[in-house]
Write a protein of this length. Structure first.
Length: 442
């Protein structure tokens, strides 16, 4: 007998079927027992008597007949709520041990360390699982938008001969006796491929050895990047806003019920995303709050929240693009504004108070690039293959990068970015907490 999925049961009334899945819930009423069986498509109620002793999360196989539920017992909150399966045979395929906490609640209210310590179990909870259904939709929406802009998908390495951004926040690797680094971003590789394909996008892992633990940073993150040839600054802004807008709208369209479950407000996405220079944003913040950050070299997290509030109130938009960050605060490949070289042709896209994208127009002239590398105290010899692409003809180009986990966190209003990573890496954890390791060694 072929396996039937739970979502198919409403169309199988009167038929004998085989289900396989996990026990999500058990209600024992003495002579009769109700078992909620979960598979990848949903949950269906099964009913039987004289069943073997079951535990939640055990894997079972049920053979039985699909029947209509009595009218008064229909569950309108369940896609299969009008039917149930009358159990004729139930076999335990894998018995689960007693759970360390109750998985049956609508919200899995656990402290973050516990949520992550039992990650392979807590990911099974519907509310937690749905975070990654949304994340998959973010990825799909991004890919669709990038392809609509005629980008070719590329796949780049995560071990590099040089530090992408320079600086000390890199993980060093002993690579067969030679020094190497975990890439801080796919930036150099995607630029090298611009003369090959003109327009590219990539999904890659990025590693940053940042000595801090915050609610919005990870040591290993997933980046969604685009890079374009033959573009000017205004066109780059058009492209980044298109990809950001289309990605968010795709998530809302495909995951509407999940967003409602998370009590996320409807998106306020307008055709023309508001644009402000960083200094303009700081002046607006000063006028609204009296807080003077007009001499700061970046927007503070509270500044991002405040200018996003202004954008929503004044423009009706959840998105705002901030441009022209100080050249010295951006990576060496960011091009300075020819009209005001103190500031770069760079940009961030803010969504509901948090930066979800960063990028710039790039330095595309070989001589200028070598010069700026030296000015930053870096050795051009460490960027030999990267510079080769510019030495032999690089068009005007630029691009941008989203953080997958941060965007997922912000869409669902999660309290901590670690909730938006299947298996988060940070200063305190690689799968298990380092402190727990230390306790075990003692």
């Amino acid at each position: 007998m072929e396996r039937t999925l739970t979502k198919e049961t409403p169309s199988k009334i009167g038929e004998k079927i085989k289900l396989q899945g996990w026990v999500e819930g058990i209600r024992d009423h003495g002579k009769i027992t109700f078992v909620d069986l979960r598979d990848r498509t949903g949950v269906v109620q099964c009913v039987g008597s004289n069943l073997p002793k079951l535990s939640v999360e055990s894997v079972i196989e049920v053979i039985g007949k699909v029947s209509k539920r009595p009218e008064k017992l229909i569950n309108p909150n369940l896609a299969t709520g009008k039917v149930e399966v009358q159990i004729e045979k139930l076999a335990i395929m894998s018995q689960a041990q007693e759970l360390p906490f109750d998985m049956g609640k609508e919200d899995l209210k656990l402290e973050l360390p516990t949520l992550l310590d039992y990650r392979s179990l807590t990911l099974r909870h519907p509310k937690v699982k749905n975070i990654f259904v949304v994340q998959a939709a973010v990825m799909e929406g991004f890919r669709k938008a990038a392809k609509e802009l005629d980008c070719t998908e590329i796949f780049v390495p995560t071990i590099s001969a040089s530090a992408t951004e320079g600086g000390a926040e890199v993980f060093k690797v002993d690579y067969y006796g030679h020094p190497a680094f975990m890439t801080q971003s796919p930036q150099l590789y995607k630029q090298m491929l611009v003369p090959v394909f003109e327009r590219v996008f990539t999904v890659s892992h990025a590693y940053r050895a940042e000595p801090s633990v915050t609610t919005r940073h990870l040591s290993e993150s997933t980046q969604l990047d685009c890079e374009f040839a033959f573009v000017d600054f205004e066109k780059l802004l058009d492209y980044l806003e298109f990809v950001g807008r289309e990605t968010l709208l795709y998530v809302e369209k495909s995951c509407g019920e999940i967003l409602k479950d998370y009590k996320v407000p409807s998106l306020k996405i307008i055709d023309k995303v508001p644009r402000l220079k960083m200094r303009e944003a700081q002046k607006i913040i000063l006028e609204r709050t009296g807080i003077d950050h007009t001499k700061e070299k970046d927007l503070m997290p509270e500044d991002e929240r405040e200018i996003s509030k202004w954008t929503l109130e004044e423009k009706g938009s959840d998105l705002v693009t901030i441009t022209h960050y100080p050249t010295k605060k951006r990576a060496f490949y960011s091009k300075a504004d020819p009209l005001d070289p103190e500031f770069s042709l760079s940009y961030d896209l803010l969504f509901r108070g948090v930066e979800i994208l960063s990028g710039s127009q790039r330095v595309s002239d070989y001589g200028d690039l070598v010069k700026v590398i030296k000015e930053r105290g870096l050795n051009p010899g460490d960027f030999e293959m990267y510079l080769q692409a510019f030495k032999y003809g690089m068009p005007p180009e630029g691009g941008f990068s989203f953080g997958l986990e941060r965007l997922t966190m912000q869409i669902l209003k999660l309290a901590n970015i670690r909730e938006a990573s299947l298996f988060p890496r940070d200063m305190e954890r690689v799968d298990v907490r380092f402190s727990k390791h230390s306790e075990k060694k003692k």
